[in-house]
Design a protein around this ligand. Structure first.
Ligand SMILES: C[S@@+](CC[C@H](N)C(=O)[O-])C[C@H]1O[C@@H](n2cnc3c(N)ncnc32)[C@H](O)[C@@H]1O
Length: 253
């Protein structure tokens, strides 16, 4: 999928315009308020905290299984207020996590859990910032960009990915993940769930919704090409199944 040609880029941008819905800033701010409320509950609950840690371990497993090097400089866009990501399980020379929301203390009431998770948090430097705007980091300065379960929560998915593209080294990589719908699932989400339950936290927190088939175009529009991904889901899953996480390794083009 190497595609530097202007026609391909134009097609990719068009694909992104289709995939990424127009977003009022206030809509995203509302999404972020709801997101923060969810994380405030998560960080006070042992089971939820451990589930987040398990999810980070799965992310790292996917990356290392697909050849991503450890001992590298890592920038995690949209790391979340818990600030547990790649660096919690992979050794890094430097790890920075960016999120518009503040980093939250872990206060489950179990001192051992709180101390353990706080130690994991400290492996990542935290930068509170919006990744659709220019971050105070140099061009081409990081080996690995991680962006997992973020772009459907962001006001401008392409801008987040383009900022990662600016900051990654020319021979660097991105570990990208996003939840996607089946075709029927998204139809239901957009035409039924969002209309009938517009104030539901899950609806408010997801300004965007994607299909697996849109991910390549979205990445391409921001200057990335997919190198490796999970095995494709069955045609049936893609048509009518439940939402699922797609993870890919991409390189800058
Ligand atoms: C579902 S959470 C995922 C957090 C973490 N990546 C994980 O997988 O646990 C989505 C995150 O995306 C962040 N986000 C939304 N818009 C963003 C933006 N413009 N720049 C950076 N992060 C953003 C939210 O603040 C939130 O922490």
């Amino acid at each position: 999928m190497s595609s530097r040609g202007s026609n391909t880029t134009a097609t990719a941008s068009a694909a992104c315009l289709v995939a990424c819905e127009f977003m009022e800033t206030s809509r995203w701010e509302e999404a972020q308020e709801n997101e923060l409320a969810i994380w405030e509950r998560t960080t006070t609950n042992v089971a939820h905290v451990l589930a987040e840690i398990a999810e980070a371990a799965v992310l790292v497993r996917f990356g290392t299984d697909h050849g991503l090097a450890t001992n590298s400089t890592v920038l995690e866009l949209g790391i979340g207020p818990m600030s547990i990501g790649w660096a919690a399980f992979a050794s890094c020379t430097r790890a920075i996590g960016v999120d518009p929301l503040p980093r939250l203390a872990i206060t489950t009431g179990d001192d051992n859990v709180d101390q353990f998770v706080t130690d994991l948090q400290q492996r990542t430097e935290f930068l509170q910032a919006d990744a659709t705007r220019q971050l105070p980091l140099d061009d081409g300065s990081f080996d690995l960009i991680v962006c997992d379960n973020v772009v459907d929560h962001a006001q401008d998915p392409r801008a987040v990915l383009a900022e990662g593209r600016r900051i990654v080294r020319s021979d660097g990589r991105m570990l990208f993940g996003v939840n996607v719908f089946s075709t029927i699932g998204r139809l239901k989400w957009r035409q039924v769930t969002r209309r009938l339950h517009p104030r539901e936290p899950n609806v408010l927190c997801h300004p965007h919704s994607f299909l697996e088939g849109e991910i390549g175009g979205l990445l391409l529009s921001a200057g990335w090409e997919i190198l490796a991904s999970d095995d494709p889901r069955s045609a049936r899953q893609r048509l009518t199944g439940h939402a699922y996480r797609v993870r890919v390794v991409a390189r800058p083009i």
